[in-house]
Ligand binder design. Sequence first.
Ligand SMILES: C[C@@]1(CC(=O)O)c2cc3[nH]c(cc4nc(cc5[nH]c(cc(n2)[C@H]1CCC(=O)O)[C@@](C)(CC(=O)O)[C@@H]5CCC(=O)O)C(CC(=O)O)=C4CCC(=O)O)c(CCC(=O)O)c3CC(=O)O
Ligand SMILES: NC(=O)C1=CN([C@@H]2O[C@H](COP(=O)(O)OP(=O)(O)OC[C@H]3O[C@@H](n4cnc5c(N)ncnc54)[C@H](O)[C@@H]3O)[C@@H](O)[C@H]2O)C=CC1
Length: 191
Amino acid sequence: MNHLYPIFLKVHELNVLLVGGGNVGTEKLEFLLKSSPQAQVTVVAKAFIPAFLEVAERSETVTLIEDEYHEKYLGGKHIVIAATDDKAVNRQIRDEAKERFLLVNVADTPELCDFYLGGIVTKGNLKIAISTNGKSPTTAKRLRQLLEEVLPEEIDDLLENLHAYRDTLKGDFEYKVKAMNELTEGLVKKR
Ligand SMILES: C[C@@]1(CC(=O)O)c2cc3[nH]c(cc4nc(cc5[nH]c(cc(n2)[C@H]1CCC(=O)O)[C@@](C)(CC(=O)O)[C@@H]5CCC(=O)O)C(CC(=O)O)=C4CCC(=O)O)c(CCC(=O)O)c3CC(=O)O
Ligand SMILES: NC(=O)C1=CN([C@@H]2O[C@H](COP(=O)(O)OP(=O)(O)OC[C@H]3O[C@@H](n4cnc5c(N)ncnc54)[C@H](O)[C@@H]3O)[C@@H](O)[C@H]2O)C=CC1
């Protein structure tokens, strides 16, 4: 049983701190920006690998700070992702973030995480997040790839059309709920 509760964060309006600019940091930043290209991310690392810089340069909302992690970098942040190769530093980031009641993810270390990053499928306005409860990130990746493949791009047209249709409906809330449910019944009806 997976007890995690998924939420969809407006990371373009929240301040994210990422510590570490190596392989794992690159992967985290890449997936964050793929899903949320305007994510407000400050990255602190002693050094950045070229692949990291390549990903960061594509974004206008990523700020890089070449420095050792210090508690001061938690100021003004809502969410923290620790991705250094130093376990003690990751632990320190986690402890100092917790003192401030910030939500923290220590990459690849489930026991130190308040939340996990998931596999994410985006088709226009549709977004699906996948979690295996930390049991198999590779399965989350494969499911993400599968859904990206099988869900048609046109699914976004469906959402837009239904949204437009809802706006044309005259009547109270109850009437609209009924009309929208009848119209979309075919999506779940068993043949
Ligand atoms: C708990 C969690 C915490 C977190 O990091 O947030 C976590 C933990 C760990 N990851 C590990 C390794 C790998 N992670 C991936 C890939 C992804 N990992 C992601 C999330 C999560 N990883 C969270 C759980 C999500 C869930 O609930 O399912 C994804 C979905 C999202 C993202 O990273 O943004 C992203 C796919 C994105 C995509 O493609 O869509 C691959 C696959 C690959 O790269 O091909 C490998 C190598 C294969 C392997 O080793 O399994 C290890 C072992 C480290 C070691 O060996 O020491 C641990 C630690 C452990 O399992 O104990
Ligand atoms: N590379 C991979 O695919 C995997 C890595 N891991 C583990 O994840 C951890 C991170 O791995 P990588 O990203 O590959 O390491 P890496 O060596 O590529 O990157 C580490 C990053 O942390 C930064 N850093 C280290 N100490 C710092 C500090 N005090 N303040 C600020 N920045 C600091 C470095 O400057 C660098 O940018 C390691 O512990 C590794 O064992 C686990 C599974 C897979």
